[in-house]
Design a protein around this ligand. Sequence first.
Ligand SMILES: [Fe+2]
Length: 464
Amino acid sequence: MKIMRVYFISFLLLGVLVQLCNGGITSGYLRAADLPDDMPLDSDVFTVPSGPNTPQQVHVTQGNYEGNGVIISWVTPVKPGSNTVRYWKENGKPKSQAEATINTYKFFNYTSGYIHHCIIDDLEFDMKYYYEIGSGKWRRRFWFFTPPKPGPDVPYTFGLIGDLGQTYDSNRTLSHYEMNPGKGQAVLFVGDLSYADRYPFHDNNRWDTWGRFVERNAAYQPWIWTAGNHEIDYVPDIGEIEPFKPYMNRYLTPYKASGSISPLWYSIKRASAYIIVMSCYSSYGIYTPQYKWLEKEFQRVNRTETPWLIVLVHSPFYHSYVHHYMEGETLRVLYEPWFVKYKVDVVFAGHVHAYERSERVSNIAYNLVNGLCEPVPDESAPVYITIGDGGNSEGLLTDMIEPQPSYSAFREPSFGHGLLEIKNRTHAYFSWNRNQDGYSIEADSMLLLNRFWQNTKKRLLDAV
Ligand SMILES: [Fe+2]
């Protein structure tokens, strides 16, 4: 009888343990409860460059589909200034020139400076280029590297930053990214840039300060833009009814090159990666332009040329924090079957101010009557990484769904950034670096096996 009782109690305890260990790891790190403060306007990171009308807020992004083009953007505060970009290869001559377009916009009682955008196509792959903007004494010089030509085994390293804002924590995140020994070569930015919309009348001066803040990195390597909810800037109360006006005036994307009709959704090739950027704040339902574009887009990805298929979208499909829980559900229901069918490797999202990495799961079997509404392990599914932890003034989300769901592999509400190091067609390494650690300490990491090439022998045989 005694033995039976011991067995029974052990059985009960085991049951409780299974319940508690349902999901992955929830970090036990305890954070300060204070909200991060925006850096004051006289902070050195916002310094206006010397000179009467000197270019500021300089940033580059990819300028074409293949990766050998850039869009160089900057603002002159007083008057249009020179619209010429002079550029040249390292150790190369002669210097070439390209002309920028110039635009301004108004937002309630704010008038922007003169926003310059210069598209330069047909650069050499895998090359360091210098460029100069402005004129005379106040000319400014920067540089960037073009990526290697798209190819299956081209190593390349992307940084991952989301929901950055302009607080002291934002500055720590950017510094950690810059100091990371992994050396990111381009930033995949998953939306919510300046948080200017948190100021009275969406004070667009805070778009300018943000542009000056990130210039120290974004002028030297391309940031690949995704639109978040803080880019919408729709404020009918003050007559501002054109969504995304500040964002779309300031941050261009090469959308036409991928057949998109909107700067908010597009795709690019970069080295061995094919990157699809989605807009969850534009129409995305069936029959919409974004849906139709995506339908074709997935079909034209050539995994033999660009093995790594990456999706950027602001609102996560899978996360287990209380705030924003299931906001991405309608997107997931529509698009997850394609992610699985086309073997997307990894989906990066922001919005949730914390970090989380999912297991490879899918939840596509459910059809209203079969009751199969639980995510299940799926080797064709992507890993979903939520990295909306850039450091903005809204603070971290600490309330989590308990117990940790089985789809959640690791979660921690800390500020930080990610690094995706693509090694070859089969292997990539993702790491998460949180701000409270040293520059070279990873708080979470994962070796990614490419979904298309993971069974290399079979793929190669099929290709013969
Ligand atoms: Fe957001």
